[in-house]
Design a protein around this ligand. Structure first.
Ligand code: GLU
Length: 444
């Protein structure tokens, strides 16, 4: 494979799509060796076919705000690859959403979903609409307008959307309600639904829980455990909440959370009612963490990121590229043991290279955060069977899946010196599954 020429051709075709190009580059660099051992992949142009989404829907979303004014946002659904199963992936509502970010997320999702061992392809969607500061009715009208266009392209065996940044239970409920009216069916064409209408137990916690099960496995490879370790978390949404809950249950101490306004440092640990308070903060619609510092009398660092604190474990849980090379160096200087992305592509490429170069335990989002979409897969299974599993059943399956993903990363990522390169491991394991399925299904 001539990685440089593939990348430059892609850059010429899609100028300015920096996140998408960053994600493709990371995958190509780590699969190069394995790819070159399979000339049949080259003959079948697997890479050229894999880096482009199957199709992209892009549409306007006109809606009426509380003042009677008409607003127009952009809506997207990127159906990236369905060779393994129906397109599957979240919907993101955030001001930063554009085609590049959704193509990067759809591309990553394809490999992540392959890693889960469940039959799901990759997709992603969203809008530059931000629910922050909007009333419930505004959010409902927006979600309905979004689905008025999207509904015809999705279905329980075609494309199954879910939540992501800015899309939680409330937004899924509004979107699913509108979808059900238009499609005249109720077969679960969304995951992350409310428990009363087909949702799965553990789904809200799953991304964070799965992330911590994975970190636990990483530590065990060195004979270490989570108990007694300090943890820095960024974000304070669904993912950060689940991560804080499980880290605390496993005996670690979470000392930071963050929002767009800065971060909070709580040396006593964010546990018990303080974790519940995160939910209150999130639901307040303000999208800031400063009130936590005031309520519990701890330090607040405006406009800064939590990576400057001395911790054993760092878990980015917010958005892409939220931890850069300087942050990585600070964490390393402070003796960090393990960094695991629970957000998608939470670290910049330079930060990742530095962690790997210094042999710090580091694992990428597509492995660490796969528990969210895996539990969505379990929700699809329960919907198809028209029944609901218990919390213990779902949690046990999620735990098993995360252990399995860790195992696959070791198979493909363990170096001769014993260091586990999880980036390589996850990329190669995900790629091999997708590539083999594409080979088996011919040129389609
Ligand atoms: N948005 C989540 C992710 O990035 C979950 C997707 C899903 O459940 O389909 O994997």
């Amino acid at each position: 494979m001539n990685t440089a020429s593939i990348l430059s051709a892609l850059e010429a075709k899609h100028p300015g799509e920096s996140e998408y190009l960053q994600a493709v580059k990371e995958v190509l660099l780590s699969i190069e060796d394995v790819y070159n051992q399979h000339p049949e992949f080259e003959r079948a142009s697997i890479i050229e076919r894999l880096v482009e989404p199957d199709r992209v829907f892009m549409f306007k979303v006109p809606w009426v705000d509380d003042n009677g004014r008409i607003q127009v946002n952009l809506g997207y659904r990127v159906q990236f690859n369905n060779v393994i199963g129906p397109y599957k992936g979240g919907i993101r509502f955030h001001a930063s959403v554009n085609l590049s970010s959704l193509k990067f997320l759809g591309f990553e999702q394809t490999f992540k979903n392959a890693l889960t061992t469940l039959p799901m392809g990759g997709g992603k969607g969203g809008s530059d609409f931000s629910p922050r500061g909007k009333s419930d009715m505004e959010v409902m009208r927006f979600c309905q307008a979004f689905i008025l266009e999207l509904w015809r392209h999705i279905g329980p065996n075609t494309d199954v959307p879910a939540g992501d940044i800015g899309v939680g239970g409330r937004e899924i409920g509004y979107m699913y309600g509108m979808y059900r009216r238009l499609a005249l069916e109720n077969t679960g064409t969304f995951t992350g639904k409310g428990l009363d209408f087909g949702g799965s137990l553990i789904r809200p916690e799953a991304t964070g829980f799965g992330g911590l099960y994975f970190v636990d496995r990483m530590l065990k490879t060195k004979g270490l455990e989570l108990k007694g370790k300090t943890v820095a978390i960024s974000g304070f949404g669904n993912v950060a909440w689940g991560a804080a809950l499980k880290a605390t249950q496993l005996g670690a101490k979470v000392v930071t959370i963050s929002g767009p306004d800065g971060y909070v440092y709580d040396p006593d640990g964010i546990a018990g009612e303080k974790i519940d308070y995160m939910l209150e903060l999130r639901n307040s619609g303000e999208d800031i963490v400063a009130p936590y510092a005031e309520k519990y009398g701890v330090a607040f660092f405006p406009d800064q990121r939590p990576w400057q604190q001395k911790v054993d474990i760092a878990l980015p849980c917010a958005i892409q590229n939220e931890l850069n090379e300087t942050d990585a160096q600070t964490l390393i200087d402070n003796g960090v043991l393990c960094v695991a992305e629970i957000s998608n592509m939470g670290c910049t490429a330079e930060a990742v290279d530095l962690f790997i170069d210094k042999k710090i335990m580091f694992a990428p989002g597509k492995a660490v955060n796969a528990g969210g979409v895996a539990t969505s897969g379990l929700e699809m299974t329960q919907n198809a069977m028209h029944l609901q599993w218990t919390e213990a059943e779902v949690d046990q399956k999620l735990h098993q899946i995360m252990n399995n993903i860790h195992e696959q990363c070791c198979v493909y990522g363990k170096q001769s010196d014993g260091y586990i390169n999880y980036v390589k491991g996850a990329n190669v394991a995900g790629f091999m599954k997708v590539a083999k399925a594409m080979m088996a299904q011919g040129v389609v």
